[in-house]
Design a binder for this molecule. Structure first.
Ligand code: GSH
Length: 319
């Protein structure tokens, strides 16, 4: 991680653990918002008006949080006006690295070797982990935001005048319900699989796995329409999809969330396939990066050997 803008010691997957060995994820620290007119958003400072070609999104295809911003960008038709840079899927001793792998990019702005250099540029005193996604303002050369939940919401509304869209991922009339369901899905499922994978005690693992499957069972029971809130796709579906699509190929084996696979849940499987079929979504799922990336986490898989399958996921992605 970075300490006062300087990289300190080799990258470790466990960010922080509590006294019971539970994995704790770092809180994001750049929280400005792009808005239609540049006024300040719910957090941070103003001065980031929506403009075509001004902002760049840095992502890793392996990362579910980065992937939800990629999905929002695709579904809202923002691909032409918000360029993307993809890091190398293999985690290094200095965290995310640029280039050197099929489908990953060099840093086109500063030629950085590692993501942490971008953070040090944004804040020479930055202390913390250099995470993706990052939304960068190429005009002012500052980091706008590194919290995917915020980025998805600004993509939903800020560019409305430049690229009108009928899709609303966070509609006013569902806001309350979305805000109630999101944190539960985050805690038990999105971050729950990581809590299982990076648990440092049996009790922490057991607790996390219970949560993962309780949430999958709940979602399977809840899915009567096409999406979690009936016939309208919302940001909650994006948050759910990114975990489901990684589940059988990565979490089930590497993170030991192996009581069942998504393939064992008929409704969740159909739901995942339905979302995968939406315009632009398939292009946000790079299974080669996903499996390469997860199975390169040395603390969990010292040999770096990547398993072959699973066949049903490969078949699904072939379409
Ligand atoms: N709160 C962040 C979390 C992002 C996050 O944890 N990203 C992980 C990859 S999935 C990361 O970049 N980790 C790098 C590290 O831990 O050094 C968000 O939702 O945007």
């Amino acid at each position: 991680m970075l300490v006062n803008g300087t990289w300190t010691k080799d990258w470790q997957p466990v960010q922080k653990a509590d006294e019971k060995g539970r994995f704790v994820r770092q809180v994001s620290s750049f929280r400005n918002w792009i808005t239609t007119d540049g006024s300040a958003g719910p957090t941070g400072e103003g001065g980031f008006p929506a403009e075509a070609g001004r902002y760049r999104l840095y992502v890793a295809y392996i990362c579910p949080w980065a992937s939800r911003t990629l999905m929002a960008r695709a579904l809202k038709g923002l691909e032409e006006i918000i360029p993307v840079t993809v890091v190398n899927p293999t985690m290094t001793d200095q965290g995310w690295r640029f280039g050197g792998y099929d489908g990953s990019d060099e840093d086109p702005l500063f030629g950085s070797d590692y993501m942490h250099q971008l953070y040090a540029r944004a804040d020479p005193e930055f202390t913390g982990r250099a995470t993706v996604p990052v939304l960068w303002d190429m005009k002012r050369n500052v980091m706008v935001n590194n919290e995917s939940a915020d980025i998805v919401r600004m993509f939903d509304t800020a560019f409305e005048e430049l690229v009108p869209s009928d899709l609303r991922l966070y509609p006013d009339d569902l806001a309350e319900q979305i805000d109630a369901l999101n944190p539960r899905i985050y805690d038990l499922l999105n971050n729950g699989v990581y809590k299982a994978g990076f648990a440092s005690s049996q009790a922490a693992y057991d607790e996390a796995v219970e949560g993962v499957f309780a949430m999958l069972d709940e979602l399977e029971g809840r899915l009567e329409g096409d999406y979690l809130f009936g016939d309208r796709l919302t940001e909650t579906d994006l948050r759910t999809f990114v975990t489901l699509i990684r589940f059988d190929a990565a979490y089930h084996g590497l993170f030991k969330t192996n009581r069942r696979q998504i393939a064992d849940y008929p409704r969740l499987s159909a739901y995942m396939e339905r979302i995968l079929g939406l315009p632009g979504v398939r292009g946000t799922v790079n299974m080669d990066h996903i499996t390469r990336g997860y199975y390169s986490i040395k603390a969990l898989n010292p040999t770096g050997i990547r398993p072959v399958g699973p066949g049903h996921v490969e078949a699904l992605l072939r379409g």
